[in-house]
Design a protein around this ligand. Structure first.
Ligand code: MTE
Ligand code: MO
Length: 402
């Protein structure tokens, strides 16, 4: 499996790093429709891409379950054994929109350079190597999200039907991927966990083998991945081959040292992982995809804005508002200008904003979800040194020529 293979399968993507392989969706393709095609869906990896033969593949389920089992891939896909579900899900990397935090408060710069599998590192890498300014403009970690229709079985039902249920001590489910990566001179399998309650109350957390009607592409976890609706992408373990029911969260470094949220007083120098809060559900967040930041726009009284709006944790997007004056006056996006509402997927939106002034204008967007949560006003309101879940009002400046 090589970089060239992915480039062939996904010719239009922005290819950022060849190891671990990471790529982003182009803006125009992100806005093409609510569903992101497999050809364009972003990719985030921590390590290699394992070769798995589905004919002999089994998933092992153990730990604090009544009966530990191994289930062959064939049995898992047999509808007479396990009922199947189809769910439309937005996967969003917790590094989405990270560049806004980097630009404002880079924190400890060496983190950005020393963490080759961190999304920040890719930005630095690209800044140094990219000579193509249009590529730089396209890249701002907005496109590390995508929406696809996944088919598989509810994890909850697999635990019930195959294992006879879980033991009362079980509080977390750990997912182990067949891919490995290096950290501090050790080799680890990718491993993460989610609270059991998330799975218990949700028929839509899947073990999925199909993405947009096709077998899961190799780069997206073939033959089997977890899809955790409403949670950061990192919890949706690709190439999953083992599930453990545990009393405590996974001790794997991806779970215990990465994807943690810290208070603003904590930085690289004084960090203790135990001070971090585990990031699970995605907050409400939105972004302007068109126009681009710093774009010059010649118009006759109105400018068209387009973007996405999303909320994790089982909330859906209720209201999207945009401003042409940095956030004093807000205009609601008309309902008919948004794609259909959905509990686990984003809504794409579009609006024509009245704009008379000439010169620099600040456009911003804010979204309200079904619990009436909205976004922090400024990037600094939610800055955290590991630069996760940037969810403040997304702001761009355009140069308006009337
Ligand atoms: N699963 C495994 N086994 N290894 C990984 O590196 N990356 C995670 C998650 N699952 C990862 C993984 C991260 S950080 C994200 S954002 C999503 O997969 C990205 O899913 P995609 O590549 O299918 O878009
Ligand atoms: Mo991610």
């Amino acid at each position: 499996f090589s970089w060239e293979t992915v480039q062939k399968e996904k010719p239009d993507m922005i290819h950022l790093l060849d190891f671990p392989y990471n790529g982003e969706t182009r803006r125009d393709q992100l806005m093409e429709g609510k569903i992101t095609s497999n050809k364009c869906h972003f990719i985030r990896n921590h390590g290699g891409v394992p070769d798995i033969n589905e004919d002999v593949f089994e998933i092992e389920v153990g730990g604090l379950v009544k009966n530990p089992v191994k289930i062959s891939f064939k049995d898992l896909k047999d509808p007479s054994k396990f009922p199947q579900e189809t769910v439309t899900v937005t996967l969003q990397c917790s590094g989405t929109r990270r560049i806004e935090q980097i630009q404002q408060y880079p924190g400890d710069g060496d983190e950005l350079i020393n963490a080759p599998w961190g999304e920040g590192a890719m930005y630095v890498d690209l800044l140094v190597t990219a000579s193509d300014i249009s590529l730089l403009l396209t890249l701002n970690h907005i496109p590390t999200s995508g929406t696809a229709v996944y088919r598989g079985v509810a994890l909850k039902k697999v635990l019930k039907i195959a294992c006879g249920g879980i033991l009362p001590e079980c509080k977390h489910l750990e997912f182990i991927g067949a891919d490995t990566y290096f950290k501090k001179n050790n080799v680890y399998n990718y491993a993460v966990s989610v609270p059991w309650r998330k799975v218990r109350h949700n028929e839509e957390v899947l073990l999925a083998w199909e993405m947009n009607g096709e077998p899961l592409p190799k780069i997206h976890g073939y033959p089997l991945r977890v899809v955790v609706t409403g949670y950061i992408g990192a919890r949706s373990c690709k190439w999953v081959y083992r599930i453990n029911a545990l009393a405590e969260p996974s001790l794997g470094p991806v779970q215990s040292q990465e994807y943690l949220y810290y208070t603003p007083q904590i930085g690289k120098q004084n960090v203790k992982y135990s001070n971090g809060f585990s990031i699970q559900a995605m907050p409400v967040s939105s972004a302007i995809i068109f126009p681009l930041d710093k774009q010059v726009i010649v118009h006759d009284g109105k400018v068209t804005l387009k973007g996405w709006a999303y909320s994790g944790g089982g909330n859906w997007v209720q209201r999207v508002e945009v401003s042409n004056d940095g956030g004093s006056v807000w205009y609601a996006v008309p309902e008919e200008n948004m794609t259909q509402k959905h509990y686990h997927a984003w809504r794409l939106w579009k609006i024509d904003l009245p704009t008379d002034a000439e010169g620099w204008l600040e456009f911003c967007v804010r979204t309200w979800d079904s619990s009436n949560n909205t976004e922090p006003t400024f990037v600094r309101s939610a800055w955290n040194w590991d630069l996760h879940v940037t969810s403040s009002c997304h702001r761009i400046k355009i140069y308006s020529v009337n």
